[in-house]
Design a protein around this ligand. Structure first.
Ligand SMILES: C[S@@+](CC[C@H](N)C(=O)[O-])C[C@H]1O[C@@H](n2cnc3c(N)ncnc32)[C@H](O)[C@@H]1O
Length: 301
């Protein structure tokens, strides 16, 4: 099984050492303050993302949450906690993802598929850099928003799907599949189904880059603790994420080993799994211990 790697984006390691550690400690403290405020708001009855912690990671629950309940007024740019956690400005952290995990795989002639595109937070960065962009989501309201957002573009198509297949997309025509902040909320059977579908729609040599949970693999059998009240959930969070205080970001019960195994089973070759990238590994997904897996469809001989 592959171990998690650091993707260096071309420059020398960050040598700021202590200053960086202080900044990180400050950022973690700020993040905990933000979470305490969100919890307080939740107790007062305001709807926040933290409300989801007792819900299951099914297609039906995802549809209900993202289509009917979630306040999309910031179009996804409110998910800045990962950047704060590694003491980076959100725009810089986001740009580093684009440069490290999207741009190397696309060109002005590429066909790109974004799975679970939401309100187009990443598609906005992709649309003018590829030949054709297919935006897919389970939620009709998200796709309706994206249709309005890209009304002036003639290289975008839109798909509302069933939450597990890519049935409207033909075989072998896609150069690059991208998904961020969405597989983190999906269960293993849905991820399994999508990876098989990605193998089908990718061209030979095409790449898929997926952001997903990175819970500790050995702790996954303890997921039953989720059903044992607040203390059970806290304990599970501690053993599977190494965190006690934080919410768990509604992460599903998936490890990087799970994704590597499902990729292999579906005929995709894992090129690498990353939790940090950039000079000195300064950009991370440490807040919830997530991971990005880069995989590709091999060329036939
Ligand atoms: C947290 S949002 C992220 C949106 C976008 N990827 C971003 O980073 O801004 C999760 C998105 O995943 C979509 N989603 C959840 N489960 C899905 C599934 N099984 N199939 C397709 N889309 C799904 C939701 O509708 C929602 O748009």
């Amino acid at each position: 099984m592959k171990s998690t790697q650091t993707l260096e984006a071309g420059s020398t390691p960050d040598e700021k050492g202590t200053v960086a550690a202080q900044e990180q400690a400050q950022a973690v403290a700020q993040d905990e303050t933000a979470e305490r405020q969100a919890l307080a708001a939740q107790r007062r009855g305001a709807a926040t993302q933290l409300d989801f912690s007792s819900r299951r990671h099914t297609v039906e629950q995802n549809l209900e949450i993202w289509n009917d309940e979630y306040d999309w007024s910031l179009d996804g740019d409110e998910w800045s906690g990962q950047a704060r956690y590694c003491a980076q400005p959100y725009e810089r952290w986001k740009q580093s993802i684009i440069e490290s995990f999207i741009l190397p795989y696309i060109s002005p002639t590429s066909t790109v598929l974004e799975v679970a595109a939401g309100h187009g937070r990443w598609s906005r960065e992709i649309v003018d850099r590829c030949g054709h962009l297919i935006m897919l989501d389970l939620c009709p309201t998200c796709i309706r928003h994206c249709e309005d957002l890209f009304a002036g573009k003639n290289n975008v198509s839109f798909v509302v799907n069933d939450g597990k297949t890519l049935a409207d997309i033909g075989d072998g025509g896609v150069d690059f599949v991208w998904s961020f902040d969405s597989f983190v909320h999906m269960g293993a059977s849905v991820i399994d189904s999508y990876l098989g579908e990605m193998r089908r729609v990718l061209k030979e040599g095409g790449t898929a880059v997926i952001h997903h949970p990175g819970r500790r693999h050995h702790a996954l059998p303890l997921k039953f603790l989720r059903n044992m009240g607040t203390n059970g959930r806290r304990l599970y969070k501690l053993v599977s994420m190494g965190r006690l205080r934080q919410d768990d970001g509604w992460r599903s019960d998936i490890s990087r080993e799970t994704v590597a195994r499902l990729a292999q089973r579906n005929g995709l070759t894992v090129r690498g799994q990353f939790q940090r990238w950039g000079p000195g590994g300064q950009f991370t997904l440490d807040k919830y211990g997530d991971c990005i897996t880069v995989m590709y469809r091999q060329r036939s001989l």
